[in-house]
Design a binder for this molecule. Structure first.
Ligand SMILES: Nc1ncnc2c1ncn2[C@@H]1O[C@H](COP(=O)(O)OP(=O)(O)OP(=O)(O)O)[C@@H](O)[C@H]1O
Length: 853
């Protein structure tokens, strides 16, 4: 900071620059006058061109300093430049201080503050001022204002973000980070949730993905986040539940009511015992927060046991509470009180935000856990910790080592100094036992089951699952000390070749036999009578252009429409687009007519270029069965079953027997195509990011990971078949079918089972690709695998595969009769006393009786 007395300076440079500032600020006020509408005073940003000859006039004012800088020898240049920057800074700070002292930030006159900051930015932009100055002034301003004032300043910062990032990222990023962090420290996460979010989003946008400045590289936990709660009613400083000897004692001794009946027993959880009372749970519930804010303490068994007990009892209690839909009025109370609290907030602030406040008073405990949102919040915390436990057991640790090895190698190959290095502060040496991992897995399942119950529980749990999965990637990235996230440059050789061939193509001087774009006129030459006419009819002569070629043309026209400078130019581009769209639609009507239904807006015909329509087209190209041959119920059919049960052959037989009725839905996979497999026919082969996009966008009805390979079925692929008029039939393993059912995907679920373990073994041998041990593993695992499907009553029909013909016949019969009134029909058949086919054929396998059929 320059040590000049700002108010009484006699430095001619400072005086001159300050006068200049007053002048240009006056001009700026004519361009952007004070306005009652605050958004107008901040936006649009002042432009340099709005100020008459700004650069020249500024250079003139600072000419002496610039001359001194130019004349100085290399050693003194920096000092000369600093002198000029000091002059600018002193004058600018003085003006800024005067303005901020006299102008409330929310008044219309605050436009002068924003204009001054813009002018300081321009000054730095043409090299006459310190680029950091504007950011330092904003930082000062933020620290001098109340939170509502900071919101206005933040509007300013957000509107100038791109400009600042593109010009002065290097000089500003640390100041911006510091200011934002300071602001976040002042904000209450509960009251100013939305504002906190804005600050975080701003930081993410300001800093490039992969920038380490705001990464918690050492994995430090927010240990100051201490939740205070009431001590156990009995008194005493230490929570009895935390003492290990008590855990062991309690495990042995029967649970006795302590004096007052208020103290929780921290022994081994009894899964069958009833949920604890609120008072008892209170003493186990709030101490969990300690582990939530410091997960590393769980490596100590003395901390882990009470944690496990607390989690189990809490989950048990939550499960026992009435669900959101059936709760009594008491549970609404916290919400209404919260509402009252939020009424004081500004418009739009916090309306959608909910951040649970920890009301840790014992008296409020019942109300607190009665709130579904609060319960979910706690359960998410638990899931994070359970994931933490699962990440630090033997197996995942070995996986990290394997994963990190290539980074270490890469570091050696590239540069020793800058390459990715393993971040040892995140690689803990301690690990959890297999027993702890099992506990974590089981508890996770319980929590998942509970969370999925309430509406919209399934979707909510899915989001949480996705977020936690994504979080793992960040942890991996931090473990490698945040290697740069960038694409490798193109190999110079490849680049040179591409350039050379582009040159060759574009500079060919050879005369073409037919000028470009001209139609060959050869047929006009005298020929045998009638031959010229025949040649004219040759389909090659009137071959339609490729539909996709219009896509780029229409995009170009769209661009021209947007960028048109005059109305005439715009009209021409619109006319061009209309003609291109018309021609594209004429071509598409021949084979993508179904896509026309998807066009809502005539200006956007992109639906006809979408791959879905390709699938429809392909399907449509096949023969479709006559209406009377179609089943009444055309809902999708999911055929699932254990590996080698005969799903494929049964479906194949059915499709041959009922031609043009069913169509297989093609699944997506991230694996590479095997020999003979065709993209779009056997699978849609996609890369992992594309698959993740489908999965994260909820565009899959099911997906499973088998090792590193992901499989999934998209809604679009199913729709494509439905739109073609056929019945989609999807072959899946049992887990995928359960997943689809969980996602409430409407379909008829069929389970195919081999009639006996012996025949299953034969099928698996016939299918090949498995050795004896693998075959045995499949057969042994079958009862457990099938159990879920039967128990949850997912499969509406179980088919025993003894004979492919019969099984496919049975499937066909079922699909043709399982329509609106099929149930009655089926019941009638059973009423005749005839045993269902599957029962007759169960061949000794322990099969739950399928729905009567
Ligand atoms: N009833 C049957 N009689 C004789 N062979 C059968 C019968 N059912 C299936 N097979 C044979 O068993 C093998 C496995 O059948 P299929 O490929 O249809 O099973 P899948 O359930 O589709 O298996 P996966 O899930 O592994 O793809 C095939 O070689 C098939 O010909």
């Amino acid at each position: 900071m320059p040590s000049i007395d700002v108010a009484n300076t006699t430095s001619p440079g400072v005086i001159a620059f300050r006068t200049f500032l007053d002048e240009v600020l006056g001009e700026a006020t004519t361009v952007k006058p004070p306005s009652d509408d605050r958004s107008l005073s901040i936006n649009p940003p002042l432009q340099k061109d709005d100020l008459h000859n700004f650069s020249e006039r500024l250079s003139e004012v600072l000419s002496d300093y610039t001359a001194a800088e130019q004349q100085a020898d290399d050693a003194d240049k920096t000092a000369a430049k600093a002198r000029k920057h000091n002059v600018v800074e002193v004058a600018a700070r003085a003006k800024f201080a005067a303005l901020t002292a006299s102008t409330p930030i929310s008044s219309p006159e605050a436009v002068n503050i924003w204009n001054l900051l813009d002018i300081i930015f321009f000054t730095a932009d043409i090299g006459h001022g310190d680029p950091a100055l504007m950011f330092l002034l904003v930082e000062d301003l933020l620290s001098s204002q109340t939170i509502s004032g900071c919101r206005i300043i933040f509007d300013f910062l957000e509107s100038r973000r791109e400009r600042c990032v593109s010009k002065f990222y290097k000089q500003s990023h640390l100041i911006v980070l510091r200011s934002c962090n300071e602001l976040l420290r002042r904000l209450s996460r509960a009251e100013d949730t939305a504002f906190c979010g804005r600050v975080f989003v701003f930081l993410f946008q300001y800093f490039p993905l992969g920038d380490k400045s705001s990464v918690n590289l050492r994995g430090q936990y927010h240990v100051e986040n201490v939740t205070t709660y009431e001590k156990p009613l009995e008194g005493g400083d230490t929570m009895e539940v935390d003492k290990e000897e008590n855990l062991d004692k309690a495990a042995e001794a029967p649970q006795t009511e302590k004096p007052g009946g208020k103290k929780a027993d921290a022994g081994t959880p009894k899964t069958s015992s009833p949920p604890l009372s609120n008072d008892e749970l209170y003493d186990l519930f709030w101490p969990l927060q300690e582990s939530f804010s410091q997960p590393l303490r769980l490596f100590e068994p003395a901390n882990l046991k009470p944690f496990q007990r607390g989690v189990e009892e809490t989950v048990k209690k939550f499960v026992a509470l009435p669900s959101a839909t059936s709760r009594s009025s008491t549970v609404d109370e916290p919400k209404s009180s919260l509402k009252r609290k939020r009424e004081g907030l500004e418009d739009g602030e916090g309306a959608e935000a909910y951040n649970p406040r920890y009301l840790t008073s014992r008296d409020l405990f019942e109300l607190e856990i009665g709130d579904l949102t609060f319960r979910r919040h706690i359960l998410v915390q638990m899931l994070i910790l359970l994931n933490f436990i699962l990440s630090w057991t033997k197996e995942p640790k070995a996986k990290y080592d394997k994963m990190i090895q290539p980074w270490i190698e890469a570091a050696k190959e590239r540069t020793v100094v800058d390459g990715p290095k393993v971040n040892h502060s995140l690689l803990y040496t301690k690990e959890f036992s297999e027993e702890d991992a099992r506990w974590a897995r089981e508890t996770k399942d319980k929590i998942a089951e509970y969370m999925r119950k309430d509406v919209p529980g399934k979707a909510f749990y899915r989001v949480i699952e996705t977020v936690l999965a994504r979080d793992k990637n960040w942890v991996y990235w931090k473990m490698a000390s945040c290697p740069p996230i960038k694409r490798d440059p193109i190999d110079p050789k490849v680049w040179a070749e591409a350039q050379a061939s582009a040159l060759r193509v574009t500079t060919s001087k050879r005369l073409r036999p037919v000028p470009m774009n001209a139609v060959p006129m050869e047929f006009l030459k005298p020929k045998a009578p009638g031959q010229a006419l025949k040649e004219l009819e040759d389909p090659k002569r009137y071959r339609l252009p490729d539909l996709d070629s219009f896509k780029a043309k229409i995009n170009d026209s769209d661009f021209d429409i947007q960028m048109a400078k005059t109305p005439a130019e715009k009209a021409r581009a619109q006319e061009r687009k209309a003609s291109q769209s018309w021609r594209a639609m004429r071509i598409a009507r021949g084979f993508k007519l179904a896509a026309f239904d998807k066009i809502d807006n005539p200006d956007d015909i992109s639906a006809i270029f979408e791959p879905l329509e390709d699938a429809v087209a392909e399907v449509a190209a096949d023969e479709i069965a006559a209406d009377e041959d179609m089943p009444t119920n055309r809902e999708a059919v999911i055929v699932s079953g254990p590996p080698g049960a005969g799903k494929s052959v049964i479906i194949q037989k059915l499709m041959e027997a009922r031609k043009g009725v069913f169509e297989r839905v093609v699944r997506h996979t991230t694996r590479e195509p095997k020999d003979g497999e065709t993209d779009g026919k056997d699978f849609h082969f996609v890369k992992a990011p594309e698959f993740n996009q489908l999965r994260d966008g909820d565009r899959l009805i099911e997906n499973v990971d088998q090792g590193d390979i992901a499989y999934g079925t998209s809604y679009k692929a199913v729709e494509a078949v439905t739109e073609s008029g056929k019945v989609p039939i999807i072959e899946m393993d049992i887990d995928s079918a359960k997943f689809a059912k969980d996602m409430d995907f409407d379909a008829r679920y069929i389970l195919v089972k081999p009639a006996s373990p012996e025949s299953h073994e034969t099928f698996l041998k016939a299918a090949g690709g498995r050795d004896d041990a693998a075959i045995k593993a499949v057969i042994d695992g079958l009862p457990a695998l099938v159990e879920g499907l039967n128990a949850d009553n997912i499969a509406g029909k179980v088919i025993l595969n003894e004979n492919v013909e019969n099984a496919s016949q049975e499937l066909g019969d079922y699909l043709y009769h399982k329509d609106a009134d099929a149930d009655t029909e089926i019941v009638n058949r059973t009423d005749t006393g005839e045993a269902p086919v599957s029962e007759q054929n169960n061949g000794g396998m322990d099969v739950d009786a399928p729905e009567a059929s």
